[in-house]
Design a protein around this ligand. Sequence first.
Ligand SMILES: *Cc1c(COP(=O)(O)O)cnc(C)c1O
Length: 393
Amino acid sequence: MANTTVQKRIFLSSPHMSGNEIKYINEAFITNWIAPLGPNVDTFEKEIAAYTGVNEAAAVSSGTAAIHLALSLLGVEKGDTVFCSTLTFIASANPILYLGAEPVFIDSEPETWNMSPQALEKAFMDAALNGKLPKAVIVVNLYGQSAKMDELTLLCDQYEVPMIEDAAESLGSSYKGKPSGSFGCFGIFSFNGNKIITTSGGGMLVSNDAEAIHKARFLATQARDPAPHYQHSKIGYNYRMSNILAGIGRAQLEVLEERVEARRAVFERYQQELSTLPGIQFMPELNETYSNRWLTAMTIDEIEADVKVSELIEELAAENIEARPVWKPLHMQPLFKGAKYFTHGDKESVSEQLFANGICLPSGSNMEEIDQSRVINCIKNFINVKEVERKIV
Ligand SMILES: *Cc1c(COP(=O)(O)O)cnc(C)c1O
C-alpha cells in the first residue's frame, strides 16, 4: 500500500556545512574582499596543496575548468587525441571537445571500476601503430576509489604521455598511502554541491610543476600580459574562484577527514545489511587503497536477485529516496557517437556491464541513521517481495 504521508526526501549526496564557513565569509565581508581572488583563495590553495602533498594549486570556478586548463597547459589542440576513462561524468571529457580534440575512451576493469590498464595498453599500441599518440590520458577515480595508479603510470611513462588525474570525486582518498589527485602531471578536484566537500561550486588544479600552475592562474584570469594597459596575446578564460567561495572551502577542508569517516561508515552499514541479499555486490576497494566512499555503489545481478536496477530505483523514488544508476559510459553517449573505444577483454566491456547492473545509494555524510534504515528496509523489502513472488510462481 502506498504511503499516504510524504516522507522526508533522502538525497544522494547533499551539501554538509560545518558552521565555520560563516567565519571565513564574514572575514571576506569585513575586509571587503568580495571580488574574485583575495586572502581566502591564497590560503585555500596552500591548504589543498599541503593536504594533497603537491607543490602548487590554483583555485578555479569548477572541476571542469580545471580539466580544461590542464589540457590547455599540455598543449592539446584541434586534431589531437586524448584518452579518457569511459565510466565517468561527462565533465571529464567535455573539455577535450572545447579544444577541438578527439576523445578515445578506455574501459574499466572489475577490481576498481576504473581505467583498465589492459585496455589502456591496447589503445596505446593502436595509437603507436597509427603514428599518433594522444596528448594526454585522463584517469578518473570513480566514486572515491583510486584507479590502479602503478600500472597506469607505468604505461603512460612508457609512451611518454602525461596523465591528468580526475580526482573530482576522490578528495580525501589515497593509493598506497599517497593522496588521491597527486599522481598525474596534473590533478583536479571539484567542490560542486554534491561532492565530499563543497564551495557550492568550484574546483582546484594541482601539480608539482609550480611554473605550470602559475601559467594556469594567468590563463584563468583572461591571460592578461604584464602591461599597464589591458594587453592580451593568448586566449584566456575567466575561471578563478571567488574569495567568498574559497572561504567556504577552507572551513569545509577542516572537516574533510570527518566527512570521509562518515561516508565510509554509511558504506559499511549498507554492506553489512545488504551484502547477504541474493545477487548484490558492492564496489570493491583495492588493497592498499583508501576510498572516501563518496557514493556507495553496488551491482545487482538481475537473475540472482530477480530485480532490475531500474525497478529498484523506481521503488526507492516512490519512497522519496534518491538513487541513481552508475554513470552512463561516455562511449555510449550520443555526444560521442563514433568515438574510438577500447575494452578490457577481447569482447568484454566492463563499463557496459557496470552500467547495466550498477546503482548508487544515498551516501551523504549528513545522512541520519534512521534515514539510512529507510533505504535499507526499502531495498530488503523489495528484493524479498520479489523472492516470495518467485517462490509462489
Ligand atoms: C563533478 C565531476 C567533475 C566536474 O566538476 P565540476 O566542479 O562540477 O565542474 C569532473 N569529473 C568528475 C568525475 C566529476 O564527478
